[in-house]
Design a protein around this ligand. Structure first.
Ligand code: ATP
Ligand code: LTN
Length: 348
């Protein structure tokens, strides 16, 4: 019997990766309403690469079920996360936008990589420890092996760069270790990826406790500014943001609250910390908090308009996710077949 010829790229899509461009991959979980932390740490930066790299951006719904989700809400948030990618400027003609569960190769490589990831390594993951503490009644195996599925997401596409917030650095390092381990045992199979962490915005903190990361699964709604919050809500949340008892708008190591607000203002306006300190010289925290709220609301307003327009056209979102997953499957299956062959599985 003859081997089947390798399938070419799907005919329906308009996308085709260019051979001489580097590859980018990142993902966001549809596990809650997206916050300005997700935006400034990750999504806003995704658009920076679309002209110069081959980019894949995934809505990682399989990762989201490591924490119990309501099925209807998960489905809605999956559409919403895709729409937010596009509303933030990601053009589906230039980026492969898709949903993780539509590309079975993620789960398939995830299993293989589980067998190359050590219990001790997974036990050291900070995100696992934090999430186990928060979900003590549901410390499931998926929560534990989350990082090897994340490694599969990345390694399937021979990725060069992964734009993420600083909280994901530990997972990227583990991905590199898994890739190197596999490559050493079976010869070069995976590209070893690097993280891209933005200088400003790598960690946006909670407005209620500025020593903690702003997280979309935080129960306190006032701790987070959501991308879909209306203008009044945004301004109110910044007004109530926890700051220290000082009144001077000046950064200092111990002033977590004001450092966080200055970071947010800097991300939305492009101003440096020195420029911000000069702008608010002689003015108090009240003025500054109002300015941060207004800058944030102004920046999010066009994104929100575009988001609502896209959400009214589900059929279009479905076409985007279908084309994206067809092309992603084509790329992913190339790596998966190599891996299956190397570990000793018989080709079908
Ligand atoms: P959850 O609370 O459900 O764990 P999350 O808010 O941490 O979610 P993820 O979907 O896990 O969000 O992360 C998506 C991307 O957003 C990742 O690249 C992550 O590093 C980044 N990110 C999340 N929160 C922040 C934050 N507060 N500051 C900067 N980047 C962030
Ligand atoms: N683990 C990430 C989400 C995620 C991801 C990825 C990010 C899943 N797979 C691949 C970058 C690349 C998170 O919890 N923030």
């Amino acid at each position: 019997m003859r081997r089947k010829a390798e399938a070419g790229p799907p005919a329906n899509g308009t996308m085709e990766f260019s051979k001489d461009k580097k590859i980018i991959f990142s993902g966001v979980q549809p596990s809650g309403n997206l916050t300005i932390g997700n935006y400034l740490g990750a999504i806003k930066n995704f658009g920076l690469f679309q002209e110069t790299y081959n980019c894949l951006y995934c809505v990682v719904d399989m990762h989201a079920i490591t924490v119990r989700q309501d099925p209807a809400e998960l489905r809605r948030r999956t559409y919403e996360t895709l729409a937010l990618y596009m509303a933030s400027g990601l053009d589906p003609e230039k980026n492969v936008l898709f949903v993780q569960s539509h590309v079975p190769a993620h789960a398939q490589l995830g299993w293989v990589l589980d067998c190359f990831t050590m219990f001790g390594e997974l036990s050291r993951m900070t995100q696992f420890k934090d999430k186990s503490a928060k979900n003590a009644q549901n410390i499931n195996a998926g929560l534990f092996t989350y990082p090897s599925l994340m490694a599969a997401d990345i390694l399937l596409y021979q990725v060069d760069l992964v734009p993420v917030g600083i909280d994901q650095m530990q997972h990227i390092e583990l991905t590199r270790d898994i890739a190197n381990r596999f490559n050493q045992i079976y010869s070069d199979t995976f590209k070893v990826p690097e993280a891209y962490i933005p200088k400003t915005g790598m960690k946006i903190n909670s407005l209620a406790d500025p020593t903690k990361k702003m997280s979309k699964s935080d129960e306190n709604q006032n701790a987070c500014v959501y991308l879909l919050d209306d203008r009044d809500t945004i301004i109110r949340k910044f007004k109530r943001a926890v700051t220290d008892s000082d009144t001077v708008v000046k950064s200092a190591p111990e002033k977590d609250g004001i450092n966080n607000l200055m970071t947010i203002y800097s991300c939305f306006t492009g101003k440096t910390f020195e420029e911000i300190e000069r702008e608010f010289d002689g003015r108090g925290y009240g003025d500054f908090k109002l300015a941060v709220g207004e800058a944030c609301a102004d920046a999010l307003s066009p994104l929100q308009t575009e988001f609502h327009r896209l959400m009214n056209d589900k059929a279009y979102l479905e076409t985007v996710m279908k084309n994206g997953s067809d092309y992603a499957s084509y790329l992913a299956n190339k790596t998966l077949s190599k891996v299956y062959r190397k570990v000793g599985f018989i080709a079908k």
